[in-house]
Design a protein around this ligand. Sequence first.
Ligand code: ATP
Length: 329
Amino acid sequence: MIDVQNITKRYGNLTAIDRVTFSVAKGEVLAFLGPNGAGKTTTMRILTCFMPATEGRATVAGFDCADQPLDVKRRIGYLPETPPVYLEFTVSEYLTFVGRMRGMVGKNLTTAIDQSIEKLALGTVRHRLIGNLSRGYRQRVGLAQAVLHDPPVLILDEPTVGLDPKQIIEIRDLIKGLAGSHSVILSTHILPEATAVCQRVVIISGGRIVAEDTPDQLSARLRHSEKISVTIKTPPDNCLAKLQSIPGILNVFQGQSAGTFLLECALGQDKRDEVARFIIANQWGLLELRTISMTLEDVFLQLTRHEEGMTPQADQVSELPQATQETAS
Ligand SMILES: Nc1ncnc2c1ncn2[C@@H]1O[C@H](COP(=O)(O)OP(=O)(O)OP(=O)(O)O)[C@@H](O)[C@H]1O
């Protein structure tokens, strides 16, 4: 549904994005992650036909973003970081205005407005001035204008920035509800959001794509060993060495809290059973035992660590150093 092939954008001497390539399938929700200045907004602006790429080609539903902007815009709903609402309109007036701008009239327009108001749960505020609404409701109105013409593609730039935790959950649920019927690109730097809402993640750093995969696959690709966290009630003297004597345990580290230890074993090996038996046999009191998986945050930090210098490439990720974030807390 969205196909981006080797797009580069230069602002004078600055290369904001460099040969960016990715695609989004029909009905898929894709997270577009990157630190500040990575090139997310530049990519969104090219996809929404706000400006052309210097090189490369981007298409939406088969239409070229540079050569067929009207065809592309008809098929896209766009929510910029700041919702493009007019504060002096009521919700209903604003959606009518947006619908007319999109060429909708009569029954089609009223039905579309009713549907988007229902989808975004705006019924109770439809006759209120947007200027009097909370930020969360304004964001919903922004989303309502994006889905009004029922576009197959939605591009959402940081849709939960500045919202309170309850509003964040509501907006994320709304976005999840759009999956399947819409292809969505969600630009964000909030990692739990990407895990919660998206099936696939593209990470951009320094203007280049450094990874593209599911959150689970990304962490699997960057993992170099298995890690187990154990918490022991009465650890003996020299506990580290004793735990390290368990066959298959390569390294043992002290965790952040008292009695917690981090055990490392080879990739693909599960030593939880052996560790549990060992601690129980020694009667040290096993309070907790669990594997530690790499979070998307660890993955992101590894892949964007070189932002200021050499940017790692997608095919080099397995060579990168291990995450430094793992603790037993
Ligand atoms: N109009 C412009 N003229 C010159 N440089 C620009 C322009 N727009 C963006 N840039 C630069 O291009 C790079 C990418 O910016 P972009 O806004 O796309 O990043 P971003 O990932 O959206 O960042 P943020 O999360 O901070 O919005 C940055 O170095 C930025 O300073």
